[in-house]
Design a protein around this ligand. Structure first.
Ligand code: AMP
Length: 442
Protein backbone atom coordinates (compact mmCIF):
# COMPACT_ATOMS: atom_id res chain seq x y z
CA UNK A 1 0.00 0.00 0.00
CA UNK A 2 1.30 3.45 -0.88
CA UNK A 3 2.41 5.37 2.17
CA UNK A 4 -0.17 7.75 3.54
CA UNK A 5 -3.05 6.23 1.58
CA UNK A 6 -6.43 7.13 3.03
CA UNK A 7 -8.84 4.21 3.06
CA UNK A 8 -11.71 5.21 0.75
CA UNK A 9 -14.98 4.77 2.65
CA UNK A 10 -18.33 6.42 3.33
CA UNK A 11 -20.55 6.78 6.38
CA UNK A 12 -23.15 4.04 6.79
CA UNK A 13 -26.56 5.17 5.62
CA UNK A 14 -25.09 7.45 2.92
CA UNK A 15 -24.55 6.25 -0.64
CA UNK A 16 -22.63 6.90 -3.81
CA UNK A 17 -25.13 6.86 -6.62
CA UNK A 18 -23.44 5.26 -9.61
CA UNK A 19 -24.74 5.79 -13.16
CA UNK A 20 -27.02 2.76 -13.25
CA UNK A 21 -28.85 3.89 -10.12
CA UNK A 22 -28.74 7.54 -11.18
CA UNK A 23 -30.47 6.78 -14.47
CA UNK A 24 -33.45 5.17 -12.78
CA UNK A 25 -33.40 7.85 -10.10
CA UNK A 26 -33.42 10.66 -12.64
CA UNK A 27 -36.33 9.00 -14.39
CA UNK A 28 -38.24 8.90 -11.08
CA UNK A 29 -37.43 12.52 -10.29
CA UNK A 30 -38.38 13.62 -13.83
CA UNK A 31 -41.74 11.86 -13.57
CA UNK A 32 -42.47 13.36 -10.16
CA UNK A 33 -41.51 16.83 -11.32
CA UNK A 34 -43.79 16.52 -14.35
CA UNK A 35 -46.72 15.47 -12.15
CA UNK A 36 -46.02 18.26 -9.63
CA UNK A 37 -45.99 20.83 -12.42
CA UNK A 38 -49.13 19.38 -14.00
CA UNK A 39 -50.92 20.23 -10.73
CA UNK A 40 -49.61 23.78 -10.75
CA UNK A 41 -46.91 23.51 -8.06
CA UNK A 42 -43.99 25.94 -8.12
CA UNK A 43 -40.35 25.06 -7.42
CA UNK A 44 -38.53 26.05 -4.22
CA UNK A 45 -35.14 25.26 -2.70
CA UNK A 46 -33.83 26.08 0.77
CA UNK A 47 -30.40 25.72 2.45
CA UNK A 48 -29.21 22.26 3.54
CA UNK A 49 -28.70 23.57 7.07
CA UNK A 50 -30.75 25.85 9.28
CA UNK A 51 -30.51 27.32 12.77
CA UNK A 52 -30.99 24.55 15.31
CA UNK A 53 -34.01 26.11 17.00
CA UNK A 54 -35.79 26.52 13.65
CA UNK A 55 -35.56 22.79 13.09
CA UNK A 56 -36.51 21.74 16.60
CA UNK A 57 -39.29 24.34 16.76
CA UNK A 58 -42.38 22.27 17.22
CA UNK A 59 -41.46 18.63 17.15
CA UNK A 60 -39.06 19.35 20.00
CA UNK A 61 -37.78 16.09 21.31
CA UNK A 62 -38.98 14.28 18.21
CA UNK A 63 -36.71 16.27 15.88
CA UNK A 64 -33.91 16.47 18.38
CA UNK A 65 -32.78 12.89 18.00
CA UNK A 66 -33.01 13.07 14.20
CA UNK A 67 -30.63 16.01 13.86
CA UNK A 68 -26.99 16.14 12.83
CA UNK A 69 -25.87 19.28 14.67
CA UNK A 70 -23.24 21.55 13.12
CA UNK A 71 -21.18 23.76 15.39
CA UNK A 72 -20.11 27.01 13.76
CA UNK A 73 -16.95 28.78 14.88
CA UNK A 74 -18.87 31.74 16.30
CA UNK A 75 -20.49 29.42 18.83
CA UNK A 76 -23.86 29.17 17.11
CA UNK A 77 -25.36 25.77 16.39
CA UNK A 78 -26.94 24.84 13.12
CA UNK A 79 -28.16 21.47 11.90
CA UNK A 80 -28.85 19.65 8.67
CA UNK A 81 -32.55 19.74 7.84
CA UNK A 82 -34.44 16.49 8.51
CA UNK A 83 -37.43 17.31 6.31
CA UNK A 84 -38.64 19.96 3.85
CA UNK A 85 -41.82 20.92 5.69
CA UNK A 86 -40.18 22.90 8.46
CA UNK A 87 -38.03 24.95 6.00
CA UNK A 88 -41.16 25.63 3.92
CA UNK A 89 -43.00 26.89 6.98
CA UNK A 90 -40.09 29.23 7.75
CA UNK A 91 -40.06 30.46 4.13
CA UNK A 92 -43.78 31.23 4.22
CA UNK A 93 -43.33 33.13 7.49
CA UNK A 94 -40.47 35.16 5.96
CA UNK A 95 -41.82 35.85 2.45
CA UNK A 96 -45.56 35.32 2.86
CA UNK A 97 -46.34 39.02 2.27
CA UNK A 98 -45.25 38.78 -1.35
CA UNK A 99 -46.84 35.39 -2.05
CA UNK A 100 -50.18 34.57 -3.64
CA UNK A 101 -52.15 32.20 -1.42
CA UNK A 102 -52.95 29.35 -1.53
CA UNK A 103 -49.27 28.82 -2.28
CA UNK A 104 -48.39 25.50 -3.94
CA UNK A 105 -44.76 24.58 -3.94
CA UNK A 106 -42.71 21.52 -4.76
CA UNK A 107 -39.23 20.90 -3.43
CA UNK A 108 -36.80 18.14 -4.38
CA UNK A 109 -33.80 18.15 -2.06
CA UNK A 110 -31.85 15.82 0.23
CA UNK A 111 -32.54 15.59 3.94
CA UNK A 112 -30.50 14.00 6.73
CA UNK A 113 -31.60 11.98 9.73
CA UNK A 114 -29.40 10.56 12.46
CA UNK A 115 -31.23 7.24 12.46
CA UNK A 116 -29.96 3.69 12.52
CA UNK A 117 -29.74 2.61 8.87
CA UNK A 118 -31.61 -0.47 7.68
CA UNK A 119 -33.33 -1.64 4.49
CA UNK A 120 -35.06 1.40 3.02
CA UNK A 121 -33.79 3.65 5.81
CA UNK A 122 -30.83 5.89 5.06
CA UNK A 123 -29.15 8.74 6.89
CA UNK A 124 -29.11 10.84 3.73
CA UNK A 125 -32.04 10.59 1.32
CA UNK A 126 -33.86 12.64 -1.26
CA UNK A 127 -37.35 13.90 -0.54
CA UNK A 128 -39.76 15.22 -3.14
CA UNK A 129 -42.40 17.32 -1.43
CA UNK A 130 -45.58 19.04 -2.51
CA UNK A 131 -47.46 21.34 -0.16
CA UNK A 132 -50.42 23.67 -0.36
CA UNK A 133 -50.23 26.52 2.13
CA UNK A 134 -53.03 28.91 3.01
CA UNK A 135 -56.27 26.96 2.83
CA UNK A 136 -58.12 24.83 5.36
CA UNK A 137 -60.28 23.31 2.58
CA UNK A 138 -60.27 19.52 2.35
CA UNK A 139 -60.11 19.99 -1.43
CA UNK A 140 -56.40 20.72 -0.91
CA UNK A 141 -55.90 17.41 0.88
CA UNK A 142 -57.87 15.66 -1.86
CA UNK A 143 -55.67 17.27 -4.53
CA UNK A 144 -52.57 16.05 -2.73
CA UNK A 145 -53.93 12.49 -2.71
CA UNK A 146 -54.94 12.71 -6.37
CA UNK A 147 -51.45 13.89 -7.23
CA UNK A 148 -49.72 11.22 -5.12
CA UNK A 149 -51.80 8.45 -6.70
CA UNK A 150 -51.19 9.77 -10.19
CA UNK A 151 -47.44 9.89 -9.53
CA UNK A 152 -47.43 6.23 -8.47
CA UNK A 153 -49.37 5.27 -11.56
CA UNK A 154 -47.11 7.25 -13.90
CA UNK A 155 -44.07 5.66 -12.31
CA UNK A 156 -45.53 2.27 -13.23
CA UNK A 157 -45.90 1.10 -9.63
CA UNK A 158 -48.91 -1.12 -9.11
CA UNK A 159 -50.87 -2.38 -6.15
CA UNK A 160 -50.41 0.73 -4.06
CA UNK A 161 -52.62 2.05 -1.30
CA UNK A 162 -52.89 5.63 -0.15
CA UNK A 163 -53.80 5.17 3.48
CA UNK A 164 -55.82 8.04 4.98
CA UNK A 165 -56.53 8.79 8.61
CA UNK A 166 -57.26 11.91 10.64
CA UNK A 167 -55.54 13.12 13.79
CA UNK A 168 -58.85 14.41 15.16
CA UNK A 169 -60.43 10.97 14.84
CA UNK A 170 -57.56 9.57 16.85
CA UNK A 171 -58.06 12.33 19.43
CA UNK A 172 -61.77 11.53 19.51
CA UNK A 173 -61.00 7.88 20.18
CA UNK A 174 -58.61 8.79 23.00
CA UNK A 175 -61.23 11.04 24.51
CA UNK A 176 -63.83 8.32 24.21
CA UNK A 177 -61.55 5.71 25.81
CA UNK A 178 -60.27 8.12 28.45
CA UNK A 179 -56.64 7.91 27.44
CA UNK A 180 -54.69 10.49 29.39
CA UNK A 181 -53.45 13.43 27.31
CA UNK A 182 -49.85 12.92 28.35
CA UNK A 183 -49.94 9.25 27.34
CA UNK A 184 -51.41 9.77 23.88
CA UNK A 185 -48.19 10.28 21.99
CA UNK A 186 -46.77 7.00 23.36
CA UNK A 187 -49.98 5.13 22.66
CA UNK A 188 -50.02 6.48 19.09
CA UNK A 189 -46.45 5.40 18.46
CA UNK A 190 -47.28 1.91 19.67
CA UNK A 191 -50.55 1.61 17.74
CA UNK A 192 -48.64 2.66 14.61
CA UNK A 193 -46.72 -0.64 14.89
CA UNK A 194 -49.78 -2.88 14.41
CA UNK A 195 -48.91 -3.66 10.81
CA UNK A 196 -45.34 -4.47 11.71
CA UNK A 197 -45.61 -6.50 14.93
CA UNK A 198 -49.28 -7.51 15.04
CA UNK A 199 -52.16 -6.84 17.35
CA UNK A 200 -51.12 -9.19 20.20
CA UNK A 201 -47.70 -7.65 20.56
CA UNK A 202 -49.10 -4.11 20.48
CA UNK A 203 -51.64 -5.06 23.14
CA UNK A 204 -48.90 -6.54 25.31
CA UNK A 205 -46.77 -3.41 25.00
CA UNK A 206 -49.69 -1.16 25.89
CA UNK A 207 -50.88 -3.21 28.85
CA UNK A 208 -47.41 -3.90 30.25
CA UNK A 209 -46.41 -0.26 29.98
CA UNK A 210 -43.58 -0.93 27.55
CA UNK A 211 -44.88 1.82 25.29
CA UNK A 212 -44.06 4.62 27.73
CA UNK A 213 -47.65 4.59 28.99
CA UNK A 214 -49.77 1.87 30.58
CA UNK A 215 -53.35 1.19 29.49
CA UNK A 216 -56.03 -0.91 31.18
CA UNK A 217 -56.51 -4.15 29.30
CA UNK A 218 -60.11 -3.28 28.48
CA UNK A 219 -59.09 0.13 27.09
CA UNK A 220 -56.38 -1.44 24.95
CA UNK A 221 -58.83 -4.09 23.68
CA UNK A 222 -61.49 -1.49 22.99
CA UNK A 223 -59.11 0.67 20.99
CA UNK A 224 -57.65 -2.25 19.09
CA UNK A 225 -61.12 -3.60 18.25
CA UNK A 226 -62.15 -0.30 16.69
CA UNK A 227 -58.91 0.16 14.77
CA UNK A 228 -58.92 -3.36 13.44
CA UNK A 229 -62.33 -3.01 11.83
CA UNK A 230 -60.88 -0.41 9.46
CA UNK A 231 -64.41 0.85 8.98
CA UNK A 232 -65.33 4.52 9.09
CA UNK A 233 -68.92 3.87 10.17
CA UNK A 234 -67.75 1.77 13.12
CA UNK A 235 -65.29 4.44 14.15
CA UNK A 236 -67.94 7.12 13.79
CA UNK A 237 -70.14 5.22 16.24
CA UNK A 238 -67.39 5.58 18.80
CA UNK A 239 -66.31 9.17 18.25
CA UNK A 240 -69.46 10.95 17.09
CA UNK A 241 -70.04 12.36 20.59
CA UNK A 242 -66.64 14.11 20.61
CA UNK A 243 -66.09 17.39 18.77
CA UNK A 244 -62.73 16.41 17.37
CA UNK A 245 -63.85 12.94 16.31
CA UNK A 246 -67.03 14.15 14.61
CA UNK A 247 -65.10 16.76 12.63
CA UNK A 248 -62.43 14.24 11.67
CA UNK A 249 -65.00 11.79 10.32
CA UNK A 250 -66.74 14.51 8.29
CA UNK A 251 -63.44 15.63 6.78
CA UNK A 252 -62.35 12.09 5.88
CA UNK A 253 -65.73 11.53 4.20
CA UNK A 254 -65.28 14.76 2.21
CA UNK A 255 -61.87 13.67 1.00
CA UNK A 256 -63.00 10.16 0.07
CA UNK A 257 -65.85 11.67 -1.91
CA UNK A 258 -63.59 14.10 -3.78
CA UNK A 259 -60.86 11.64 -4.78
CA UNK A 260 -63.48 9.59 -6.59
CA UNK A 261 -63.12 11.92 -9.60
CA UNK A 262 -60.11 9.79 -10.47
CA UNK A 263 -60.36 6.02 -10.97
CA UNK A 264 -56.80 5.56 -9.78
CA UNK A 265 -57.09 7.62 -6.62
CA UNK A 266 -60.64 6.39 -6.01
CA UNK A 267 -59.29 2.86 -5.87
CA UNK A 268 -56.08 3.66 -4.02
CA UNK A 269 -57.24 5.94 -1.21
CA UNK A 270 -58.46 3.98 1.79
CA UNK A 271 -59.43 4.94 5.30
CA UNK A 272 -56.85 3.36 7.62
CA UNK A 273 -57.69 4.00 11.29
CA UNK A 274 -54.40 2.67 12.65
CA UNK A 275 -52.26 5.05 10.56
CA UNK A 276 -50.68 7.47 13.04
CA UNK A 277 -47.63 9.08 11.28
CA UNK A 278 -44.52 9.86 13.24
CA UNK A 279 -44.09 13.59 13.43
CA UNK A 280 -45.98 15.64 15.99
CA UNK A 281 -46.85 18.57 13.75
CA UNK A 282 -49.86 16.97 12.01
CA UNK A 283 -53.26 18.35 13.00
CA UNK A 284 -55.79 16.91 10.51
CA UNK A 285 -55.80 14.32 7.75
CA UNK A 286 -52.65 12.18 7.48
CA UNK A 287 -51.58 10.09 4.49
CA UNK A 288 -49.17 7.34 3.67
CA UNK A 289 -48.42 5.61 0.36
CA UNK A 290 -47.69 1.93 0.76
CA UNK A 291 -47.04 -1.03 -1.51
CA UNK A 292 -47.22 -4.66 -0.53
CA UNK A 293 -43.81 -5.49 -1.94
CA UNK A 294 -41.05 -4.75 -1.16
CA UNK A 295 -41.64 -4.30 2.55
CA UNK A 296 -39.62 -1.12 3.04
CA UNK A 297 -42.08 1.06 4.89
CA UNK A 298 -43.97 3.87 3.22
CA UNK A 299 -42.97 5.26 -0.17
CA UNK A 300 -44.38 8.61 0.80
CA UNK A 301 -46.29 10.28 3.56
CA UNK A 302 -47.79 13.53 4.67
CA UNK A 303 -50.75 15.31 6.11
CA UNK A 304 -52.20 18.59 7.32
CA UNK A 305 -50.17 20.74 9.70
CA UNK A 306 -52.21 23.83 10.49
CA UNK A 307 -49.99 25.04 13.32
CA UNK A 308 -46.49 24.84 11.90
CA UNK A 309 -46.29 28.03 9.83
CA UNK A 310 -47.81 29.95 12.75
CA UNK A 311 -44.92 28.81 14.90
CA UNK A 312 -42.71 31.08 12.79
CA UNK A 313 -45.16 33.76 11.67
CA UNK A 314 -47.32 34.10 14.76
CA UNK A 315 -50.42 33.87 12.57
CA UNK A 316 -52.57 30.86 11.83
CA UNK A 317 -51.75 29.56 8.37
CA UNK A 318 -53.30 26.22 7.42
CA UNK A 319 -51.22 23.87 5.26
CA UNK A 320 -51.15 20.34 3.93
CA UNK A 321 -48.63 18.32 1.96
CA UNK A 322 -46.95 15.10 0.97
CA UNK A 323 -43.41 13.81 0.72
CA UNK A 324 -42.12 11.04 -1.55
CA UNK A 325 -38.84 9.34 -0.67
CA UNK A 326 -36.90 8.75 -3.88
CA UNK A 327 -34.72 5.95 -2.48
CA UNK A 328 -37.75 3.86 -1.62
CA UNK A 329 -39.44 4.55 -4.96
CA UNK A 330 -36.27 3.40 -6.71
CA UNK A 331 -36.07 0.29 -4.51
CA UNK A 332 -39.70 -0.51 -5.29
CA UNK A 333 -39.13 -0.02 -9.03
CA UNK A 334 -36.01 -2.13 -8.97
CA UNK A 335 -38.02 -4.92 -7.43
CA UNK A 336 -41.05 -4.71 -9.70
CA UNK A 337 -39.31 -3.60 -12.92
CA UNK A 338 -42.30 -2.30 -14.83
CA UNK A 339 -41.88 -2.30 -18.63
CA UNK A 340 -39.98 0.70 -19.92
CA UNK A 341 -37.63 0.77 -16.97
CA UNK A 342 -35.18 -1.95 -17.98
CA UNK A 343 -31.51 -1.30 -18.63
CA UNK A 344 -32.16 -0.62 -22.32
CA UNK A 345 -34.83 1.97 -21.70
CA UNK A 346 -32.58 3.68 -19.20
CA UNK A 347 -29.36 3.65 -21.23
CA UNK A 348 -27.47 6.90 -21.47
CA UNK A 349 -26.88 6.89 -25.25
CA UNK A 350 -29.04 5.57 -28.07
CA UNK A 351 -26.35 5.65 -30.74
CA UNK A 352 -22.65 5.02 -30.65
CA UNK A 353 -20.86 6.75 -33.50
CA UNK A 354 -17.73 4.72 -34.19
CA UNK A 355 -14.45 6.15 -35.46
CA UNK A 356 -13.22 4.17 -38.45
CA UNK A 357 -9.80 5.84 -38.61
CA UNK A 358 -8.23 9.06 -37.34
CA UNK A 359 -8.70 10.63 -40.79
CA UNK A 360 -12.41 9.93 -40.66
CA UNK A 361 -12.90 11.27 -37.13
CA UNK A 362 -14.29 14.63 -38.43
CA UNK A 363 -16.96 12.69 -40.35
CA UNK A 364 -17.86 10.75 -37.20
CA UNK A 365 -18.04 14.00 -35.24
CA UNK A 366 -20.32 15.57 -37.83
CA UNK A 367 -22.57 12.50 -37.80
CA UNK A 368 -22.79 12.60 -33.99
CA UNK A 369 -23.80 16.28 -34.20
CA UNK A 370 -26.48 15.44 -36.77
CA UNK A 371 -28.01 12.79 -34.45
CA UNK A 372 -27.87 15.15 -31.47
CA UNK A 373 -29.55 17.91 -33.48
CA UNK A 374 -32.40 15.48 -34.08
CA UNK A 375 -32.77 14.92 -30.30
CA UNK A 376 -31.12 11.54 -30.28
CA UNK A 377 -28.64 10.72 -27.54
CA UNK A 378 -25.42 10.08 -29.41
CA UNK A 379 -22.00 9.16 -28.02
CA UNK A 380 -18.84 9.56 -30.08
CA UNK A 381 -16.42 6.69 -29.48
CA UNK A 382 -13.40 8.10 -27.63
CA UNK A 383 -11.62 4.88 -26.70
CA UNK A 384 -8.18 3.95 -27.91
CA UNK A 385 -9.19 1.04 -30.09
CA UNK A 386 -9.27 1.45 -33.86
CA UNK A 387 -10.88 -1.94 -34.35
CA UNK A 388 -14.59 -1.74 -35.12
CA UNK A 389 -15.18 -5.06 -33.37
CA UNK A 390 -13.89 -3.55 -30.11
CA UNK A 391 -16.10 -0.51 -30.60
CA UNK A 392 -19.13 -2.77 -31.13
CA UNK A 393 -18.27 -4.67 -27.92
CA UNK A 394 -18.18 -1.34 -26.12
CA UNK A 395 -21.68 -0.51 -27.45
CA UNK A 396 -22.99 -3.89 -26.28
CA UNK A 397 -21.50 -3.47 -22.84
CA UNK A 398 -23.22 -0.11 -22.51
CA UNK A 399 -26.53 -1.40 -23.89
CA UNK A 400 -26.39 1.05 -26.79
CA UNK A 401 -28.81 -0.34 -29.39
CA UNK A 402 -27.54 1.37 -32.58
CA UNK A 403 -24.03 1.82 -33.91
CA UNK A 404 -23.14 4.21 -36.73
CA UNK A 405 -20.15 3.52 -38.99
CA UNK A 406 -18.61 5.92 -41.46
CA UNK A 407 -15.89 4.16 -43.42
CA UNK A 408 -14.18 5.49 -46.59
CA UNK A 409 -17.07 4.36 -48.84
CA UNK A 410 -19.72 6.02 -46.70
CA UNK A 411 -17.57 9.15 -46.39
CA UNK A 412 -17.21 9.38 -50.16
CA UNK A 413 -21.01 9.24 -50.59
CA UNK A 414 -22.01 11.41 -47.62
CA UNK A 415 -23.59 8.28 -46.13
CA UNK A 416 -23.61 6.37 -42.85
CA UNK A 417 -24.17 2.71 -42.03
CA UNK A 418 -26.49 2.05 -39.12
CA UNK A 419 -26.16 -1.31 -37.39
CA UNK A 420 -28.90 -2.57 -35.08
CA UNK A 421 -27.12 -4.47 -32.38
CA UNK A 422 -30.02 -6.72 -31.37
CA UNK A 423 -31.06 -7.90 -34.80
CA UNK A 424 -27.58 -7.76 -36.28
CA UNK A 425 -29.10 -5.96 -39.30
CA UNK A 426 -27.56 -2.98 -40.99
CA UNK A 427 -28.37 -0.46 -43.67
CA UNK A 428 -26.42 2.26 -45.44
CA UNK A 429 -28.24 5.52 -46.09
CA UNK A 430 -27.55 9.24 -46.65
CA UNK A 431 -26.44 10.99 -43.47
CA UNK A 432 -29.26 13.51 -43.90
CA UNK A 433 -31.94 10.84 -43.54
CA UNK A 434 -30.16 8.69 -40.91
CA UNK A 435 -31.49 10.47 -37.79
CA UNK A 436 -35.10 10.09 -38.92
CA UNK A 437 -34.53 6.41 -39.74
CA UNK A 438 -32.86 5.77 -36.37
CA UNK A 439 -35.72 7.45 -34.54
CA UNK A 440 -38.26 5.44 -36.44
CA UNK A 441 -36.68 2.14 -35.45
CA UNK A 442 -35.63 2.95 -31.88
P1 AMP B 1 -41.49 11.43 6.72
O1 AMP B 1 -40.87 12.77 6.47
O2 AMP B 1 -40.86 10.67 7.83
O3 AMP B 1 -42.96 11.50 6.79
O4 AMP B 1 -41.17 10.55 5.45
C1 AMP B 1 -41.68 10.79 4.18
C2 AMP B 1 -41.07 9.82 3.22
O5 AMP B 1 -39.66 9.97 3.20
C3 AMP B 1 -41.26 8.35 3.59
O6 AMP B 1 -42.48 7.87 3.12
C4 AMP B 1 -40.11 7.68 2.91
O7 AMP B 1 -40.36 7.48 1.54
C5 AMP B 1 -39.02 8.71 3.03
N1 AMP B 1 -38.14 8.43 4.18
C6 AMP B 1 -38.34 8.74 5.48
N2 AMP B 1 -37.30 8.36 6.23
C7 AMP B 1 -36.41 7.79 5.37
C8 AMP B 1 -35.11 7.21 5.51
N3 AMP B 1 -34.49 7.17 6.69
N4 AMP B 1 -34.49 6.74 4.41
C9 AMP B 1 -35.09 6.80 3.21
N5 AMP B 1 -36.30 7.34 3.00
C10 AMP B 1 -36.95 7.82 4.06
Amino acid sequence: MAKGKVEPRIFKGTRDLLPETMRLRNRVIGTLRAVFEAYGFEPLETPAFEFYDILTGKSGEEADHLLFPLAYQDGRTLALRYDLTVPLSRVVAMYGKSMAFPFRRYQIQPVWRAEKPQKGRYREFLQCDVDIVGTPAMAADAEILLLASEAMERLGLEGFTAALNHRMIIDGLYERFDVDEKDRIFVSRTLDKIDKVGRDEVRRMLVEGEAGATLDACVADGLLDVLEKADLDAVEEQVRSTNAGARGVTEVREILEMVRVSDTAGRAVRYAPSLMRGLDYYTGPVFEMVVEKPRIGSLGGGGRYDGLVGLFSGEDVPATGFSFGVERLVDALQESRPPGLDARALRAAEILVTVFSPELRPNALAAAQAFRAADLRAELYLGASRKLKKQFDYANKKNIPVVAVIGPDEAAQGAVTLKWMDAGEQETLPLASAPARAKEKL
